[in-house]
Design a protein around this ligand. Structure first.
Ligand code: ZN
Length: 231
């Protein structure tokens, strides 16, 4: 009698434990599924879609990572500074249309985003500057950073034409912001740059030294190099 009751209690207890384990297993399974779905979708929108509309001169990652796998920004940013050619409407001749690879990827994302919203394409006046160009450049009414301290010398900045006159300038600023570009506003309307911390650089000073060294070593190699001091 006692044994029988004990046996029934044991079976009930085991059944209860099995139900609880199955329940939590299902919850964890569903949660992982939802999380993966979200991450995959975000990565696709944020990076892979941009890369598909990319110029061939921008390496995706150090390992030539293809677009078949979800890759996040951190992975794409790893590998350090590198100067790459970017097609920037209006920049050419003596002015090298190049940016740091990590900035170039964001710039292509912004250009595609602007096209997707049906806005008129951006036109640019400057991207990378050598320190010699920074010394020589005539900023007109806009700000000019001391040579050795401009985000342009880090391949981090672009100057966009018409930011004081375009009716959609506010939308441009918002889209550029969504791709990590900070606008200096009225102080220097054409100017946008990506902050060092955003892509894992310690400071503009350190970033500029790397990029200027890379320029002196022959980067970018995509056939877009202008002249060192010309404008
Ligand atoms: Zn600028």
């Amino acid at each position: 009698m006692g044994n029988e009751r004990g046996g029934i209690l044991l079976i009930l207890l085991i059944s209860l434990v099995v139900v609880i384990v199955l329940y939590f297993g299902l919850v964890v399974f569903l949660w992982i599924g939802v999380t993966n779905g979200t991450i995959g979708a975000a990565a696709q929108q944020g990076s892979i879609a941009n890369i598909n509309g990319n110029q061939s001169t921008i390496p995706l990652g150090r390992d030539g990572q293809s677009d078949t796998k979800a890759i996040d920004n951190e992975e794409l940013d790893s590998g350090g500074a590198e100067l790459v050619c970017v097609r920037l409407n209006g920049v050419g001749g003596a002015r090298t249309p190049a940016l740091d690879r990590r900035v170039a990827r964001r710039m292509v994302g912004a250009i595609n985003h602007i096209a997707a919203e049906g806005l008129a394409p951006l036109s640019f006046t400057w991207a990378l500057r050598t320190t010699c160009q920074q010394r020589n450049v005539n900023p007109g009414p806009n700000l000019k950073a001391r040579p050795g301290s401009s985000p342009h010398e880090a391949g981090s900045a672009v100057d966009v034409s018409g930011m004081s006159s375009r009716g959609d300038a506010g939308r441009i600023v918002r889209i550029m912001g969504a791709h990590d570009f900070i606008w200096l506003g009225r102080r220097d309307p054409p100017h946008f740059h990506v902050m060092p911390a955003t892509i894992g650089e310690a400071s503009f000073g350190a970033w500029i030294r790397k990029i200027q060294h890379l320029y002196q070593s022959g980067q970018p190699t995509g056939g877009c190099r202008g002249s060192e001091c010309g404008s």
